[in-house]
Design a protein around this ligand. Structure first.
Ligand code: DAH
Length: 355
C-alpha cells in the first residue's frame, strides 16, 4: 500500500479546522477574514495548490484532487454561513448594511413658497407689535359682508363669485371678517395680522385661483391717523422689498374703509448684468382707514377710536418676488418647481429620492 501523502493529511486537518472556524463566525467580516486566510491568494489551501508543481508526477493528482475538494467544501461552507449570518441579523432587526453603498440624500420637504412669503411678512409686522389672529373659513353673511358695511346687494355678494354653503353661510371671500371677529372679542388697542385661505368663484388661470391665501391687517386705537397708516405700510414695503422701494397710495373704494387706497410699490430690481433699474408700479394691497360704520357694528365708539386696515395676497407677492410667470405653478405640487424654494434643490437629489 502506498503511503498517504502527508499533504493530504495536512489538507484534511485544514478542512476540519476551517469548517469549525466558519461555523463559529458571527458576521460577514469574520467570514471574509477566514476566506482570505484559507482560500485567498496567499491562503493556506492556495499555497498547497501552488506547490503542486514541486511534487512528483504520481503524487500530484491525488494531492491536487484533494486540495480542490477542500477548496470547494470551504467555499460552500463560507457561502452557506454568510447566508445564515445575514438572515439572523435581519431577524434581530439590525440592518444588513452595505457599507460600500454611496450615501443617499435625505428627501426632506420644505416650506411652500407662498407660506415662506407669509412668514416673511409676518416677521416684519410682528416686529412692529402686531399679533396673529385667525377666523373660520366658513363664515356668515354678517361677518363676511354686513358687519363690514357691505350691503347684500353689493356685487361682491353675488352667488356668481361666492361659494354659499347654505343660507347665510359661505366660504369667506376675504380675510376681512377676522377684523370683525377680533373687535367683537377684544377692546382696543388692536394690532393684528390674520393670514388665511379665502374662496371665490374665480377662474383658474395665470393670475387667479378660486382658493387663495390672504393676509389681513387691522390696527385700532385712540388717535390712529392716516399718518400711522401710511408710515406703517410704507415701512413694511421697504423692509420687504428693500430700502429703495417707492410706495404710492392710490385712491380706491372698499365698503369697510373710508378713505380707501390701493397700495402700489415700485421696486429696484437687479438685472442679469448687475445694473439696478426701477420696476413698474405694482399693486400689493387694498387698504384704508376703518369705516366708522364698521367700528359701530362691533360696538366701538367711532368718536373715540380710529384705525386702519389692509388686505394682501401673498401668492401674488410671491409671484413678483420670485419672477414666477403663472400663479398655477404654486398649486400644481410639482416637486421640480417647489424644490427650487427649499434649501435643498432638486439637483442634489438622486433618482431614488425624487418622487
Ligand atoms: N378684503 C379686500 C379684498 O379681498 C382686501 C382689503 C381691502 C382688505 C381693503 C382690507 C382693506 O382690510 O382695508 O379684496
Amino acid at each position: 500500500m502506498t503511503q498517504k501523502n502527508p499533504l493530504i493529511q495536512t489538507l484534511q486537518e485544514l478542512e476540519t479546522e476551517a469548517l469549525d472556524a466558519i461555523r463559529a463566525a458571527l458576521d460577514g467580516e469574520a467570514l471574509e477574514v477566514l476566506r482570505v486566510s484559507y482560500l485567498g491568494r496567499k491562503g493556506r489551501v492556495s499555497g498547497i495548490l501552488r506547490g503542486l508543481g514541486d511534487l512528483s508526477a504520481d503524487e500530484r493528482p491525488p494531492v491536487g484532487a484533494e486540495a480542490n475538494r477542500v477548496k470547494e467544501v470551504l467555499q460552500e461552507a463560507l457561502e452557506a454561513r454568510e447566508t445564515e449570518v445575514s438572515a439572523s441579523r435581519e431577524e434581530i432587526g439590525a440592518p444588513a448594511e452595505d457599507l460600500t453603498l454611496p450615501a443617499r440624500h435625505r428627501w426632506s420637504g420644505g416650506v411652500h413658497p407662498v407660506n415662506q412669503v407669509i412668514d416673511e411678512i409676518w416677521t416684519i409686522f410682528q416686529s412692529m407689535g402686531f399679533v396673529r389672529a385667525r377666523g373660520p373659513e366658513a363664515d356668515t353673511e354678517w361677518y363676511n359682508f354686513l358687519a363690514l358695511n357691505t350691503p347684500l346687494d353689493h356685487p361682491a355678494v353675488d352667488e356668481q363669485d361666492t361659494f354659499y354653503l347654505k343660507d347665510f353661510v359661505l366660504l369667506r371671500s376675504h380675510t376681512s371678517p377676522v377684523q370683525v371677529r377680533t373687535m367683537e372679542k377684544h377692546e382696543p388697542p388692536i394690532r393684528i395680522l390674520a393670514p388665511g385661505m379665502v374662496y371665490r368663484r374665480d377662474s383658474y388661470d395665470a393670475t387667479h385661483t378660486p382658493a387663495f391665501a390672504q393676509i389681513e391687517g387691522l390696527v385700532v386705537d385712540e388717535g390712529i391717523t392716516f399718518v400711522d397708516f401710511k408710515a406703517t405700510l410704507a415701512e413694511f414695503a421697504r423692509r420687504f422689498w428693500g430700502p429703495g422701494t417707492k410706495v404710492r397710495f392710490r385712491p380706491s373704494f372698499f365698503p369697510f374703509t373710508e378713505p380707501s387706497a390701493e397700495v402700489d410699490v415700485k421696486r429696484m430690481i437687479t438685472m442679469k448684468d448687475g445694473t439696478r433699474v426701477e420696476s413698474d408700479w405694482i399693486e400689493i394691497m387694498g387698504a384704508g382707514m376703518v369705516d366708522p360704520n364698521v367700528l359701530e357694528n362691533v360696538g366701538y365708539d367711532p368718536e373715540h377710536y380710529t384705525g386702519f386696515a389692509f388686505g394682501m395676497g401673498p401668492a401674488r407677492i410671491a409671484l413678483l418676488k420670485y419672477g414666477v410667470p403663472d400663479l398655477r405653478m404654486f398649486f400644481q405640487n410639482d416637486v421640480r418647481f417647489l424644490s427650487q424654494f427649499t434649501s435643498q434643490s432638486l439637483s442634489q437629489l438622486t433618482d431614488r429620492d425624487a418622487p
